[in-house]
Design a protein. Structure first.
Length: 626
């Protein structure tokens, strides 16, 4: 349907956005970008539909489990189970459209029942501030407070820090604790990467399954994608509570080297990068000082229940024993991860964490006063390296699509630096390094020990008035085997062209970035899986030995598939796929502009997907090639 009316959508959308869009932000509504958004719409909506379906399946499973538990007794053993049953029942009613709307709103306008409201709240409909978050924590208010259900949606990056076992969440005058995670099951199960953690250098490295850590000082931990969670009610917020509790966490990240380009600046002796839509994989690997210094969080992989890492040894032992008896499996320590795309400023190769954290916090503090923004509107992150003492500092924008605050910092660097200097120099406590009157706040408690206002002031004075543009940073991409250098062809545009051509040719069934697990691991590489760019699953009536068609889009720059070492890895992976019954089609970025090459590639894919007749049609009528 979208393919059929593509030209109409394209003309209409461009006609809506182009005339009235601000000139200084015109680059985000170019015809190419709007076309890509139209093409991505079905897959984005499918992601939302799968997420909602996963919640519905979970609610159905929980109701069946609780009904079985209630059994002949006709009642639940605890009020918590009773509240949990009602919450699942309400969720199912909401999906059926028979739930009760939020107080004070009609059913037609309720954002948790109407289709458009749900799509907006899940982040599908674009627009400033419409994405309230794709990770949801839900709980039940106590009977004394009305007994209503509460739903707390969060963006994944925020949920990664907050929705962890043992943390306290404050809502509607009550305190709640994350308790039961809605773990994905069956076909919906997501990638569970293994990471090596080095707490001394606060660095993390993602490893192929079964690989040993690169250093003896690093510990291995498996991570699960941060997911929806059920909350257990704690207690009423008392009047004498002055400080809110927040679980200290070890929050690390890996930059995936995929972004939409930006600008590079010289800033004194340092280099500052401003980039859009940078891809990060962020990890929460546990709580410092937890029982037995154990990384991760203890979670039952069967029912999803968890226990606080700050619990006593006796409580943890009882939790493990209870779930071994009830669920038949010993709970595991796992971390959480999330894949996010954010705009950011990057200051590479800082001498140490004191420089990185202090300078970025100073910039954020100055920006908060000059731009009249809230401090949390921008976030600070430092990425360490296990093989180096240098670190990379980031100031990133958590707003989906970007809020423009980073652009304003680049446009007003000296004013922001001057304001930060005044605030730090005028610290009312005249602290030796840092305090709550200057750089410290509730949310950066994990790195208070690194903050030094005097170090920040020295750096700000040194770099005042020195920000200069150097060059444009082109868009780039990341593959599992290597990294595209800055001068390589931007493969994200290549992926969009391949997707466009496939849709024009009628090859709609492909699933992008679908992970395939091998029957046996490739011992020489330690790889147990691969992720082709596009995967076409077999039909039910296909030969049992045919397992589907994998399509790889290869860049040929020296940094990726043109590299001999990478080519050897590619060859081993694809030979393994063929040996296990998969068909493999390899397309280079250069082929995308060659009609005859694409006729050959698409003819092969069409034959694997729908037989010889479809293959002949695709090859003999290449009007899809534009």
């Amino acid at each position: 349907w979208l393919h059929k009316y593509h030209e109409h959508f394209h003309t209409t959308v461009i006609g809506v956005f182009t005339p009235s869009w601000p000139e200084n932000d015109a680059e985000v509504v170019t015809p190419e970008i709007l076309t890509a958004l139209i093409q991505e719409a079905p897959s984005k909506m499918e992601e939302v539909a799968k997420r909602l379906f996963r919640r519905l399946q979970w609610a159905n499973r929980e109701i069946k489990r609780l009904e079985k538990q209630k059994g002949p007794k006709g009642t639940f053993d605890s009020k918590e189970d009773q509240a949990h049953w009602h919450r699942c029942d309400n969720l199912i009613k909401k999906f059926k459209g028979i739930g009760s709307p939020k107080k004070g709103r009609s059913k037609e306008l309720s954002d948790d029942i109407s289709t458009y409201g749900v799509l907006a709240s899940e982040g599908f409909l674009p627009g400033y501030g419409l994405d309230t978050g794709s990770i949801c924590a839900s709980g039940e208010m106590p009977y004394s407070a009305g007994g209503n259900s509460i739903y707390l949606p969060r963006p994944t990056a925020m949920a990664l820090r907050e929705y962890v076992p043992g943390n306290l969440l404050y809502a509607n005058g009550q305190k709640f604790v994350p308790r039961q995670y809605l773990l994905a099951t069956g076909e919906e199960i997501q990638e569970r990467p293994t990471v090596a953690v080095d707490t001394n250098k606060e660095a993390i490295q993602e490893l192929p399954a079964g690989s040993p850590p690169p250093s003896g000082d690093m510990a291995l931990l498996q991570a699960i994608y941060i997911c929806d969670v059920e909350l257990a009610h704690g207690q009423l917020i008392s009047d004498d509570e002055e400080n809110r509790f927040q679980m200290p966490v070890m929050h690390y990240a890996i930059e995936k080297n995929k972004h939409n380009g930006g600008m590079m600046y010289s800033w004194g002796t340092a280099t500052l990068q401003w980039r859009k839509n940078v891809h990060f994989r962020m990890f929460n690997v546990g709580t410092p000082g937890a029982t037995d210094d154990q990384f991760g969080y203890l979670i039952c992989q069967i029912c999803g229940h968890s226990i606080s890492p700050l619990s006593s040894t006796k409580a943890i032992e009882a939790f493990i024993k209870g779930h071994e008896e009830r669920c038949g499996t010993r709970p595991q320590y796992v971390g959480f991860y999330a894949d996010v795309m954010v705009d950011c400023l990057k200051l590479a190769d800082c001498a140490d964490r004191t420089v990185a954290y202090s300078l970025m916090e100073a910039l954020r503090l100055g920006a908060a006063h000059v731009l009249d923004m809230h401090l949390d509107d921008l976030q600070v992150m430092v990425i360490g390296h296990y093989d180096s003492d240098a670190v990379d500092a980031y100031l990133w924008d958590p707003m989906p699509g970007g809020s423009g605050l980073l652009n304003q910092i680049i446009e007003n660097p000296d004013r922001i630096c001057e304001t930060a200097l005044e605030l730090l120099d005028g610290c009312s406590a005249s602290c030796e390094k840092s305090c709550v009157n200057c750089l410290q706040n509730f949310r950066n408690a994990f790195y208070h020990r690194y903050l030094d206002r005097h170090s920040a002031m020295a750096l700000l004075r040194e770099r005042m008035g020195t920000l200069r543009e150097i060059q444009i940073i082109p868009a780039t991409t990341h593959t599992s085997e290597g990294t595209t250098p800055d001068n390589a062809k931007p493969t994200n545009n290549a992926e969009q062209r391949l997707k466009f051509l496939m849709e024009k040719a009628g090859l709609f069934e492909g699933e992008w970035q679908h992970q395939i697990h091998f029957k046996t691991k490739i011992e020489s590489l330690g790889f147990g899986s691969t992720t082709p760019d596009v995967f076409f699953a077999p039909d039910e009536d296909d030969d049992e030995y045919y397992r589907g068609c994998c399509v790889y889009l290869d860049g040929m720059s020296a940094g990726i598939h043109g590299n001999p070492e990478t080519q050897a890895k590619d060859k081993a992976i694809r030979e393994k796929l063929r040996s296990e019954g998969y068909q493999v089609v390899e397309i280079t970025v250069h082929d995308l502009g060659d009609k005859e090459a694409m006729r050959t590639h698409f003819g092969r894919i069409a034959r694997y997907v729908d037989g010889k007749d479809f293959s002949r049609k695709v090859k003999n009528d290449p009007t899809w090639f534009q």
